[in-house]
Write a protein that binds this ligand. Sequence first.
Ligand SMILES: C[S@@+](CC[C@H](N)C(=O)[O-])C[C@H]1O[C@@H](n2cnc3c(N)ncnc32)[C@H](O)[C@@H]1O
Length: 432
Amino acid sequence: MFYPKTPFLGKAALLESEILKVHSAALPQLLPWLCQTPRTTTYRVNTLHSSVTEFKQKLESILSFKYGPAAPKVYGLPELPEILCIAPLDSTTVAAYDDTHKQIIVDTSCGAALLRGAHIYAPGVLAMETGTQLRELVNVFADLPGKCKRGTTTRYECEQKIFLGVGEVLMQRHQLYNNTEQAPTGIAVQMKWNMSGVPALGDLSSEAAMLQNLPSIVCVRVLAPQPGERILDMCAAPGNKTSHIAELMRNEGIVIALDNSASRLRAMQSKLEHYSCIVCHHFDATKACHVDASPESNRPPFPPNSFDRILLDAPCSGLGNRPQLCCSIKQPKVLESYPHIQRRLMTQAVQLLRPGGVLVYSTCTVTEAECEELVAWTLRKFPQLQLVEATPKLGAAALPLPELSPTLCELLQRFGPDLDTVGFFIAKFQKL
Ligand SMILES: C[S@@+](CC[C@H](N)C(=O)[O-])C[C@H]1O[C@@H](n2cnc3c(N)ncnc32)[C@H](O)[C@@H]1O
């Protein structure tokens, strides 16, 4: 059965050569890992609202209702008291491929979500064969080349379609494609199992807990926000780390959350409105520092030395968002563009941090340019910053560069092959 071994279709070689320029020998291991799915599901419990024990019981009862004695284990981690992990299903729960089923086609981003345990919502169904009945079991495939037309009635033949798993049909063709008055909503195909072995639970996020990748949870723990502090989250939307910061502060102090995308900010604001310590602003963080700004105001811009801690969870190429079935970045110049914005944001962050304050830089990517090289550039450009150990440490050491010694790399965290997580990078600095 076909499965991609690189996130890049077509111009693969050009893009691949941009990822690890110094450690290019590690690419043959990195590229297929980017295409594969993290198999452990993680939830972060909102400890202001719920207890970890309560949410664990809820997960266990949902899993045992769905999988009976084969229900996977739910467990915590000592380093992250607010996390709950759901183990993958064991291989016997994943049935064999059955060619007699009809087929459903989805695009690659829907396919990636599905491999991480999602169901298929109505807009995600690209093709459903004529005659497919309610409650029928179907084989689900992702269309890697993106050539399947929406509403296709016949079996879509393509060598590069990826078999994802088996689902049960909850909506028929006429509900999906013939409704001219209203776009269809809701679950169209409920997944029975998927090829990654991740339990197909959909997203169980609520006020009590949020579906969140493990390295993102580690990242805010590394920032170590304290009650009563003044904290800046420079690139905050959709606000997942912002809410975690507020929870660790017990909602005491102030968290200023900036984002330059109006639509992402709006969605974030409605999600965060019950945290009284969070203030959100639609603002370009590359202009967040101004010498004449008022030190009393919680509106940007802010004067230098304004914050106890800053999170710079930077816009990045996002290659760590596994599984990458077909990366949307098609040009090397797009990859090359990210370090420019990351440096501009870093420059502002350094000015805004008070002496003695802590700055965490993170990305959900794996390129040397956006991770280790960005750290090396920061240390060169801002001698007032020193790297400090990013703990709790659940990632591996970073990749050494001519300007970044193995000793410094031990202070950083790179989530890469050998770990069952998304790709991620964390650096923690302190201002002297
Ligand atoms: C990696 S995402 C942040 C994810 C977020 N921290 C979380 O955990 O939910 C990067 C964000 O940076 C925002 N962004 C990009 N350029 C920006 C800028 N110049 N100023 C502020 N935000 C920016 C994007 O809109 C995007 O929402």
